[in-house]
Design a protein around this ligand. Structure first.
Ligand SMILES: Cc1cc2nc3c(=O)[nH]c(=O)nc-3n(C[C@H](O)[C@H](O)[C@H](O)COP(=O)(O)OP(=O)(O)OC[C@H]3O[C@@H](n4cnc5c(N)ncnc54)[C@H](O)[C@@H]3O)c2cc1C
Length: 456
């Protein structure tokens, strides 16, 4: 079922839709065929209009922090998408271009366009370019939140506790399975479509395509983490392990030396797995909506989406609550016992072995365990000359190296390190009343020295 709250009409036309050869789904955020409300909606519309459906993706090599690491993961995912669409007789076109321009070009022959909702500013800007240039109907579908963000709340939420109660009330409505549809027409039969395709996604491997692209090579692919919706579904079922994974999660999720978390965040970031599907799978093993895993997947993740949707300044410190802005300013000139440059931090060249291990994990695997990631963020605040400098360093390193970076979760959690969505604590140097994290917190929750041993 596709709830009406997931559908936003970005542009409607009063006169009948232009004569077109197809319905166009511009897939950008939700890079999957499984549990994708935008895809299912597009199929429904195409069938209603008696037209075939084509799916377009814009590959943008100038994207900030576009590197071999992120593109390899994404291309592996697009390969799954193309193959899985082909099984449903839906043709995929991938263009190497500024994504809205590719959509505008293909829209010449489209009766309507379906897009998937993204929350970041650039994703909204891209849709606006489309609306300004085209006169056909454009419908936007939200498929990357369990509860549509503007339905969950009409304002920027203060903290998890203010959003949680709203989400919990609506979960029964939105935790609804999505039925897969089939198009009535085969879009591989449309002539002259191949002229638009820049990438041979059906026959070349992700590494071969990567070679052809004009992207940064400094951040190398992670060889043992494969992207794509097929892999994401395997990862989910491996994590759940017939429900045993959820028990381990409760006991060990904060211990970085244990593999107890789902490691689904890169797949969620690229839209290669549906958060709704994950939640429904989890609920096969627990009836508890407050389960710690659902707390992270739904409450914490959708709190991040809420912030990014409602506060356009998410790339600065201005979304911080007044108490944290005040306290950080009061401690702005506190002496720093240790100060490290960006280069030293990036090279994991500090006196702190726990931090160095986290930074090495980030650089080589594109991930950091959540608990040590908080420590990593707090240390960068402690060792930077100003909160603003620390914020820039955190955003830069997270976006450059993390497979799940450039994501609402990244920007919201980096702000959390400075007090966003948190409460005041005992006042201390540099942090003021912002929560501090030291080695003792790591030791209380797990075996950080075992984690360090993996990354020396
Ligand atoms: C400084 C800092 C930077 C971060 N940057 C990112 C980022 O760029 N991208 C990103 O996805 N997450 C980020 N996080 C949040 C968190 O670290 C990751 O979501 C989590 O570690 C992913 O691992 P997992 O998939 O095994 O999570 P699990 O524990 O298995 O949780 C399942 C899912 O719930 C969501 N989730 C888990 N923890 C959080 C959280 N604290 N806030 C919001 N959602 C959460 C994620 O989507 C995650 O995949 C950051 C946290 C900090 C402290």
């Amino acid at each position: 079922m596709i709830h009406k709250e997931r559908i936003e009409i970005l542009q409607e036309v009063q006169t009948p839709a232009q004569e077109g050869k197809y319905v166009l789904y511009w897939m950008q955020k939700a890079q999957r065929t499984h549990y994708n409300h935008a895809l299912e909606y597009a199929i429904e519309q195409a069938n209603k209009l008696n037209l075939p459906l084509i799916v377009y993706f814009g590959l943008y090599e100038q994207f900030p922090y576009a590197s071999s690491r992120h593109f390899q993961f994404m291309l592996q995912g697009l390969q799954d998408v193309a193959e899985n669409l082909a099984k449903r007789n839906i043709k995929m076109i991938i263009k190497r271009t500024f994504p809205p321009y590719g959509a505008i070009e293909l829209a010449k022959d489209a009766s309507m366009i379906v897009v998937d909702k993204g929350y970041l500013k650039f994703e909204k800007d891209w849709k606006e370019i489309l609306s300004h240039q085209l006169s056909c109907p454009i419908h936007q579908i939200e498929t990357d939140a369990v509860i549509p963000v503007n339905t969950a709340s009409s304002k920027e939420e203060y903290a998890a506790y203010t959003l949680r109660k709203k989400l919990l009330k609506m979960l029964d409505i939105f935790l609804t399975p999505l039925i897969s549809r089939n198009p009535n027409f085969n879009s591989f039969e449309i002539t002259n479509l191949e002229q638009y395709n820049d990438i041979d996604i059906y026959t070349k491997s992700a590494s071969e395509i990567l070679e052809e692209l004009d992207i940064h090579r400094e951040v190398q692919p992670v060889t043992d983490i494969k992207g794509g919706e097929n892999q994401a579904l395997e990862q989910l079922s491996g994590f759940l392990n017939q429900g045993k994974g959820l028990e381990l999660y409760i006991q060990k999720k904060n211990d970085p030396s244990v593999q107890a978390t789902s490691k689904l965040s890169p797949y969620l970031h690229f839209g290669q797995i549906s958060p709704l599907f994950i939640a429904l799978e989890v609920l096969k093993f627990t009836q508890d909506y407050n389960h710690e895993f659902l707390e992270q997947l739904i409450v914490r993740r959708e709190l991040s989406l809420n912030l990014i949707e409602k506060n356009i300044n998410y790339l600065t410190l201005s979304p911080l609550p007044q108490w944290s802005i005040k306290t950080l300013n009061e401690h702005r000139n506190d002496p720093r016992n240790n100060f490290y440059t960006l280069e030293e931090i990036e090279a994991a060249n500090t006196h702190d072995k726990y931090f160095n291990a986290a930074q090495k994990e980030l650089m080589s695997r594109g991930t950091i365990h959540n608990y040590i990631r908080m420590y990593w963020g707090k240390k960068i605040i402690e060792w930077s000359q100003t909160p603003e400098e620390a914020h820039n360093t955190l955003c830069h390193l997270n976006d450059k190296y993390a497979l799940d970076g450039r994501d609402p979760n990244g920007y919201a959690n980096i702000l959390w390190c400075f007090g966003k969505h948190d409460r005041p604590f005992q006042e201390r140097q540099i942090f003021g009343k912002v929560r501090y994290m030291g080695v003792n917190a790591l030791k209380r929750n797990g075996k950080p020295d075992q984690y360090v041993a993996t990354w020396v």
